[in-house]
Design a protein around this ligand. Structure first.
Ligand code: SF4
Length: 351
């Protein structure tokens, strides 16, 4: 008999699945809490369940949290950033990162194995898209870290969808995972502490607007002119950046959230004063924040990191135009350099 995956089911789905197997309705609630509140990753841990109910669970279900394998494990020298390459039973893998900030622990999640968007500066898209992650696989990334944190009486308090994949192309599973994390008997994470980052898939932004949750929206902009953005991000041909900004404005108005624009600074490509002025004009009078990210060098692709002075110049040029701007705080730079490349090197190296 093929076992069904239990991790990733909502409470309603658990009730609908467990009741016909002879388990009581309140047992489904107990299982839900064991998995999502207490981060259990085996049925034996569910000590308030009867032996018979544990047998039913073992005979009929799997838990993906128990089946993922850690293929690579990197910690920054300061211990604040922890990155893992998690392998799934079908042989695919994704990167997940946990960061310890002053406000708590934040986990950066992947939503797809690989990515179809082909942004030129990104290693996650190098081998194209393999598949969408299930809701359970998205959640399992959070709970991989949550299990360790629970031992120190700490918890994951923020999640960001900024790992591999385009979350808007797997939005149903992403939102289902975020809803479970938001549950009182899940991790109880507020929507305001969740961020979905997109390269600009407008139908996804509109769907989020309609759903009305107060999830933060981040847009990977990286250029404020058509020609340049298209050369860096092919998606710009389908969803032009001005249309993307319009959709993001509507999201901000309807959902009451300030939109964050991410802008990777690539030396000699998009980091001139002229680029800053075009960007400032595009964002003028908007309630947005621009997050500047000095690029990690990828010499084989001709992408170099701008100097500190170039970053300062760009930052000041935006500030002078009264644009709300930040420079991304660097965390665990020595392992950050491998962003998206852990999986890529594993694929190439066949490790
Ligand atoms: S930057 Fe994001 S959308 Fe672009 S290829 Fe990488 S993972 Fe995909």
């Amino acid at each position: 008999m093929i076992k069904q995956e239990l991790f990733g089911m909502t409470l309603q789905e658990m009730q609908d699945t467990l009741l016909p197997l002879g388990m009581k309705k309140f047992r489904a609630e107990q299982v839900f809490r064991w998995l999502y509140e207490k981060a259990a990753n085996s049925f034996e841990e569910m000590t308030n369940l009867s032996k018979n109910d544990i047998n039913i669970l073992q005979e009929n279900f799997t838990l993906i949290t128990n089946e993922i394998e850690v293929l690579r494990d990197l910690k920054s020298n300061d211990g604040l950033t922890h990155k893992v390459l998690l392998g799934f039973p079908d042989g695919t893998s994704v990167e997940t990162v946990c960061m310890h900030h002053d406000y708590g622990y934040s986990v950066c999640l992947s939503s797809q194995v690989g990515c179809s968007m082909g942004c030129t500066f990104c290693a996650s898209g190098l081998h194209g898209l393999e598949r969408n992650l299930t809701c359970g696989e998205i959640l399992a990334q959070v709970y991989y870290f949550q299990r360790f944190l629970a031992m120190q009486e700490a918890r994951v308090s923020r999640v960001v969808l900024m790992g591999s994949g385009e979350p808007m192309l797997n939005l149903d599973n992403v939102l289902k995972a975020l809803d479970i994390l938001h549950e009182e008997h899940g991790q109880c994470i507020g929507y305001r502490n969740m961020t979905i980052s997109t390269c600009g898939v407008i139908p996804g932004i509109r769907k989020m607007t309609e759903m009305g949750r107060t999830i933060n929206l981040a847009i990977s902009l990286h250029a404020a002119s058509d020609e340049l953005r298209t050369s860096l991000m092919p998606i710009n041909k389908t969803y032009n950046y001005l249309e993307v900004i319009k959709a993001a404005d509507e999201y901000a108005t309807e959902n009451g959230r300030q939109v964050m624009y991410e802008y990777i600074l690539l030396a000699g490509i998009n980091d001139s004063i002229e680029d800053a002025k075009i960007l400032a004009n595009t964002m003028k009078h908007k309630n947005v924040v621009i997050n500047l990210i000095p690029a990690n060098p990828v010499p084989e692709k001709g992408f170099m990191r701008p100097s500190g002075n170039a970053v300062d110049r760009f930052f000041k040029a935006l500030k002078e135009q009264k644009i709300n701007v930040t420079v991304r705080k660097e965390m665990g730079k020595e392992i950050d350099a491998a962003c998206g490349q852990l999986r890529a090197s594993t694929l190439v190296g066949g490790e």
